[in-house]
Write a protein that binds this ligand. Structure first.
Ligand SMILES: Nc1ncnc2c1ncn2[C@@H]1O[C@H](COP(=O)(O)OP(=O)(O)OP(=O)(O)O)[C@@H](O)[C@H]1O
Ligand SMILES: [Mg+2]
Length: 550
C-alpha cells in the first residue's frame, strides 16, 4: 500500500500511517451522566469524539414525544408489561414532562450522532483502544457498536447535514439537556480575567476564574454536606481574594469557631462574645449601631426584653427608662456595670430587675460586662460564636449582627462577609433581619456575602430565604446527599446534575472537592483544588478553637 493513501478494512479505516477504529454510540442511558466524556476518554488515550447534532423542528419534536408517550400508554393499557410496568410509568411521566418542556420551548429535540474514533499507528492498537472505550461506556450505561463494513460511513465527513449516509443505529434523539451533557466544556463567559481562581474544570482541567466585583451582586453561596469542603473553599476564596485585593475587609460569622487561627494568620483578630478577655465586643457600645445613641438605646431595650421574657410590664418600663437615661448620660461607652447602677438608682426598682441584671456581673453573661477589647481596626475579623448556649444566641446575635451591618455600611472599600453554617444562625430572627437588610443594601456598600450551608432547602422554605438565594451571583454545590425537587427547580439543575451531586467526590476521597458551579446561566463541574502552599496554610489555620470559651 502506498503511504498517504486511505483504505478501509471491515472495522477500521486507514488514514496515511494511522489506523482509525470507530465506535458508534447506539443507545444512551436514560440520563446521560453529566460530564461523561471526561470519564470515558482519559487524556492518555488517543480518541477523537465527533458529535453531530441537528435540531428538529418543534412540530416534529412534539410528534416524537407524543409518540413515545402513546407507546408507553398503550403498553401499560395492554397490561402485559409485568415487571416492566414501573419502567413504563417512568417513561410515560418523562415523555409527558418533556412534552411540556418542548411545547414551552424550554427544551428542544435533537437528532444526534456520536462516534468515538480510536487512532493508533497499528490496527491492533487502535482496536484494543476501542475495546477499552466500549467497556468504559458500558459501565456508564451506554450501548455502543463497532460499525462492521461501515467504518468509513461512521467517520465520514459532515458536509451535507442529515443527508450524509450513516451506519444503522447512528442517529439518536436527545433533548437539549442530554445534548448539553455531551459538552462539559467551559463557557468562556465565566472566564473572568481579574477574578479569583475558583476551580479546575472536571472535564478538561481548564482553570475557571470568577470576579465577584464585576457583577451587580457580589454574593456567592456554597452548599454541601458536612465534610464536603465548604469551610475550606470559603477560606481559600478569602485567601485568593485578599491576594488580589489586599484591602479587602473580611468578617467571618463563625458558629463553630473554625476560622480563628485563619483570621490571625491573615493579620486579623478574633472576637469571642461569649469569652470576654481580649475578644470582647461590648453589647452596649454605640458603635454597634453606627454611633447613633438613641438608635442604640432602642435596640438595647429590645435585646434585653428578648433576653428576659419574664419581665412584667412595669419592670420592662423601668428597664427601658434606665437604658434611655444611660445613653443620654455622660458615659461615652456604657457597660452593663453602668446599666445595673442606673437601674438600682432609678425609680420603681424592687430588686428583682437588679437581680436579673446580675447575670452580666456574676452570671453566665459576665464576659460581656466591660469595654470592647477586640481589635476593631483589624481588616479581618472572625466572630467566634462557639460555646454560646442556644438560649443566649439571640442575645449575642442581636448586637453582633448590628455591629457587622454597621461596619459594612460605614467602611469604604470592598468587603466580604462569610456566614458559615448559616442554617445554625438562620433560625434566629436577628439573623433573618440581618440577612434581609444585607441583601437589600449590600451592593451599595460594595459588600459581598459568602453564604455556606449544608442544605439549600433551609433557605428555600421562606420568601426572605428565596430572595437571598436569588441574589447570589454564583452558587456552588458540593456533595449533597440528595437534591430535592424544589432545589432542582429553583436552581434549574438538570436531572443528570441532580443525580451527579450525591456522587460528587469528597475531599477526603479525592484530595480536592468536586463541585457544580452555577454562574449566571452557566453550569460548570469544577474541582476545587488548592496548591500545596495554600493547602498547608489552610489546614494549619482552619479548625475548631483549641480552648473553648468557659
Ligand atoms: N478543596 C480541598 N482540597 C483539599 N482538602 C480539602 C478541600 N476541601 C476540604 N478539604 C479537607 O476536607 C475536610 C473537610 O472540609 P471542610 O471542613 O471544609 O468541610 P465542610 O463542608 O465545611 O464541613 P462541615 O459542614 O462539617 O463544616 C477538611 O479536613 C479539609 O481540610
Ligand atoms: Mg465547615
Amino acid at each position: 500500500m502506498t503511504p498517504g493513501r486511505s483504505d478501509e478494512g471491515p472495522t477500521w479505516v486507514r488514514r496515511g500511517a494511522r489506523y482509525v477504529a470507530p465506535l458508534v454510540v447506539r443507545q444512551f442511558p436514560p440520563e446521560v451522566p453529566f460530564g461523561f466524556v471526561g470519564r470515558v476518554v482519559p487524556t492518555s488515550a488517543e480518541v477523537d469524539l465527533r458529535v453531530e447534532a441537528h435540531r428538529l423542528p418543534p412540530g416534529q419534536a412534539l410528534a416524537i414525544v407524543h409518540g413515545a408517550r402513546a407507546v408507553a400508554e398503550a403498553e401499560l393499557a395492554a397490561g402485559h408489561a409485568g415487571s416492566a410496568t414501573e419502567e413504563l410509568e417512568i417513561e410515560r411521566g418523562a415523555a409527558e414532562e418533556l412534552g411540556r418542556a418542548v411545547a414551552h420551548r424550554e427544551q428542544e429535540l435533537w437528532r444526534v450522532g456520536v462516534v468515538f474514533a480510536a487512532t493508533a499507528p497499528s490496527r491492533a492498537r487502535a482496536e484494543a483502544e476501542r475495546e477499552r472505550l466500549a467497556e468504559r461506556l458500558a459501565v456508564l450505561g451506554f450501548r455502543s457498536r463497532v460499525p462492521r463494513f461501515e467504518a468509513a460511513l461512521a467517520v465520514g465527513p459532515v458536509d451535507d447535514g442529515r443527508a450524509s449516509p450513516r451506519p444503522p443505529g447512528y442517529w439518536q434523539t436527545l433533548p437539549t439537556d442530554g445534548l448539553a451533557a455531551l459538552f462539559p466544556f467551559v463557557d468562556e463567559t465565566v472566564l473572568e480575567p481579574g477574578g479569583v481562581l475558583v476551580g479546575l474544570s472536571l472535564a478538561n482541567a481548564s482553570p475557571v476564574f470568577l470576579d465577584r466585583w464585576a457583577h451587580a451582586s457580589h454574593s456567592w453561596g456554597l452548599f454541601g454536606t458536612t465534610g464536603s469542603g465548604k469551610s475550606f473553599a470559603a477560606a481559600l476564596t478569602v485567601l485568593r481574594s485578599r491576594w488580589l485585593r489586599p484591602e479587602l475587609e473580611v468578617i467571618v460569622l463563625d458558629p463553630l469557631g473554625e476560622f480563628g487561627a485563619f483570621a490571625r494568620a491573615l493579620g486579623g483578630t478574633v472576637c469571642r462574645p461569649a469569652a470576654g478577655g481580649d475578644g470582647r465586643m461590648n453589647p452596649l457600645d454605640p458603635a454597634t449601631a453606627g454611633g447613633d445613641r438613641r438608635e442604640k438605646a432602642g435596640r438595647v431595650a429590645a435585646m434585653l426584653r428578648a433576653l428576659f421574657p419574664s419581665l412584667r410590664d412595669e419592670e420592662a418600663a423601668a428597664l427601658d427608662a434606665a437604658v434611655s437615661r444611660l445613653f443620654a448620660g455622660p458615659a461615652a461607652v456604657p457597660t452593663f456595670e453602668d446599666l445595673a447602677r442606673e437601674v438600682a438608682q432609678g425609680p420603681g426598682s424592687d430588686g428583682r430587675l437588679a437581680g436579673l441584671l446580675e447575670v452580666f456581673r456574676s452570671g453566665s453573661l459576665r464576659a460581656t460586662n466591660g469595654p470592647t477589647t477586640f481589635a476593631t481596626d483589624a481588616t479581618v475579623v472572625d466572630v467566634d460564636l462557639a460555646g454560646i448556649p442556644d438560649d443566649q444566641m439571640p442575645f449575642h446575635l442581636a448586637y453582633v449582627l448590628d455591629w457587622a451591618y454597621g461596619r459594612l455600611a460605614a467602611r469604604p472599600g470592598p468587603k466580604l462577609i462569610v456566614l458559615d453554617e448559616a442554617h445554625l444562625l438562620a433560625r434566629h430572627p436577628a439573623t433573618t433581619e440581618f440577612l434581609d437588610r444585607l441583601v437589600r443594601h449590600m451592593r451599595h456598600f460594595s459588600a459581598g456575602l459568602l453564604l455556606l450551608t449544608q442544605n439549600p432547602d433551609d433557605f428555600l422554605a421562606r420568601p426572605s430565604g428565596r430572595s437571598l438565594l436569588r441574589n447570589l451571583y454564583a452558587t456552588a454545590f458540593l456533595r449533597l446527599p440528595e437534591v430535592s425537587a424544589e432545589v432542582r427547580a429553583f436552581f434549574g439543575l438538570s436531572t443528570a446534575e441532580a443525580e451527579w451531586l450525591p456522587k460528587a467526590r469528597l475531599p477526603r476521597e479525592a484530595g480536592y472537592a468536586e463541585s457544580l458551579w452555577r454562574v449566571g446561566e452557566g453550569h460548570l463541574p469544577l474541582a476545587i483544588v488548592a496548591s500545596t502552599p495554600e493547602y498547608e496554610f489552610l489546614t494549619g489555620a482552619l479548625g475548631r478553637s483549641a480552648d473553648p470559651p468557659p
